[in-house]
Design a protein around this ligand. Structure first.
Ligand code: NDP
Ligand code: MG
Length: 381
């Protein structure tokens, strides 16, 4: 039996993780769950899964939740996340919160030698050097939940890293893949939230439309698989059937295919190295799909991807700035305060104004993250 700490239980990944846990009551139990402020969504989940520990974002949410349910251990904030993720009774932490808020809890869970199933890509983008160094030090394996990284992880199958020629990450292209730069000027939040292949949380859906999601995934892949940026390629593949590939030096290319359903990589991260039935997900029907298309990725059309490569290659504090500026700009777009194309110009400006710091420690990263967010917000005040 694996005891799970689920951070971000009410989100898109969180709910699908609970779907997987529900399927296999002999294998998994929910020890703790964390969410932000969505009490309404959380209450039935708490009643069903009866976690020993609950974490919410703030005191106000704790008060609201306490009026709905009777529970003796409701913790709050970043300290609560750390406690829930590193408790003795936890075997696996599923980090599915949105944003760099997941970083300190991930580091503490690694130090407590928990297995980590990581969906929260912002953590690896912001501080990949710290997370990977701790993982090595404590002998902890990070199991990717992101579908592209799960695909690469499976295609690598423990292979010698020196034999990798390149990683090929596929991109569906998001909601605006057929729009020109000119047509992007007037797009609305509603248009952007309408992803053709995947149903996901709001922030990552916007990131998919701007191609920043792919940029974050390139940086995530660099850290998870320790492969230089020159060897990480992105290709447009609109069907989202091949989730990514590895080409080896001997020209063998290994791809992972599957139905575009996040429960597949979530379950694999939880059962690894074994596999289990997943009856709630459709089989891949290649006869129905019939054709797979591939196109070259255009860096001028998708400047967010270009900026992510540049920030990744520059290293140090640059990816943390890229991520914080993006999180804040996307939030402002979702609030209807800036236009879609302004997201990229805010990020560009934040990167230009920042003086790179080499090898930043955790407190430096946290202050850069806060400062960048303020700068981006400041444009409006
Ligand atoms: P959602 O926005 O759907 O969910 C985010 C979750 O985090 C919610 O449970 C939310 O709670 C919780 N949360 C937010 N702030 C806090 C906080 N301060 N303390 C505790 N919990 C908090 O996001 P997704 O599920 O879409 O994405 C989660 C992560 O997984 C992201 O890093 C994303 O990039 C990655 N990912 C997602 C994929 C997907 O298909 N959705 C695919 C691949 C990666 P509340 O509901 O109360 O706000
Ligand atoms: Mg992905």
């Amino acid at each position: 039996m694996k005891h799970i700490s689920l951070l971000g239980a009410t989100g898109s990944i969180g709910i699908q993780t609970l779907d997987v846990i529900r399927l296999h009551p002999e294998q998994f139990s929910l020890y703790s769950m964390a969410f932000g402020r969505n009490v309404e969504k959380a209450v039935p989940l708490i009643q069903e899964f009866k976690p020993a520990v609950i974490v919410v974002q703030d005191e106000d949410t704790k008060q609201r939740l306490s009026r709905e349910i009777d529970h003796s251990r409701i913790l709050t904030g970043g300290e609560g996340l750390i406690e829930a993720a590193s408790a003795d009774d936890v075997d696996v932490v599923v980090n599915a919160v949105m944003g760099s808020i997941g970083l300190p809890a991930t580091l503490k869970a690694i130090q407590a030698r928990k297995q980590i199933a990581i969906a929260n890509k912002e953590t690896l983008v912001t501080a990949g050097h710290l997370v990977m160094a701790e993982a090595r030090k404590y002998g902890v394996e990070l199991l990717p939940v992101d579908s592209e990284h799960s695909a690469i992880f499976q295609a690598l199958n423990g292979e010698n890293r020196k034999e990798i020629e390149k990683l090929i990450i596929t991109a569906s292209g998001g909601s605006f893949r057929d729009k020109s730069r000119d047509e992007l000027k007037g797009v609305t939040v509603e248009d952007a939230l309408n992803h053709p292949n995947w149903s996901m949380g709001a922030k990552i859906t916007i990131d998919s439309a701007s191609m920043m999601n792919k940029g974050l995934e390139v940086i995530e892949a660099h850290w998870l698989f320790q492969v230089p940026y020159e060897q990480i390629h992105v290709i447009l593949h609109r069907e989202s059937v091949i989730h990514s590939m590895v080409e080896y030096v001997d020209r063998n290319v290994i791809a992972q295919l599957g139905t575009p359903d996040m429960k597949v990589p979530i379950q694999y991260a939880l059962t690894y190295p074994s596999r289990m039935d997943l009856p709630i997900t459709k089989h891949l029907n290649l006869e129905e799909i019939a054709t797979l298309n591939f196109e070259k990725m255009d860096m001028d059309r998708f400047p967010c991807l270009r900026m992510a490569y540049e920030a990744g290659r520059a290293g140090g504090s640059m990816p943390a700035v890229l991520n914080a500026a993006n999180e804040e700009a996307v939030q402002m777009f979702l609030e209807g305060r800036i236009s879609f194309l302004e997201i990229e110009s805010y990020i560009e400006e934040a990167l230009e104004r920042h003086d790179k710091i080499h090898n930043p420690d955790l407190s430096t990263i946290i202050s850069i993250d806060e400062e960048t967010r303020k700068r981006v917000r400041f444009h409006l005040n």
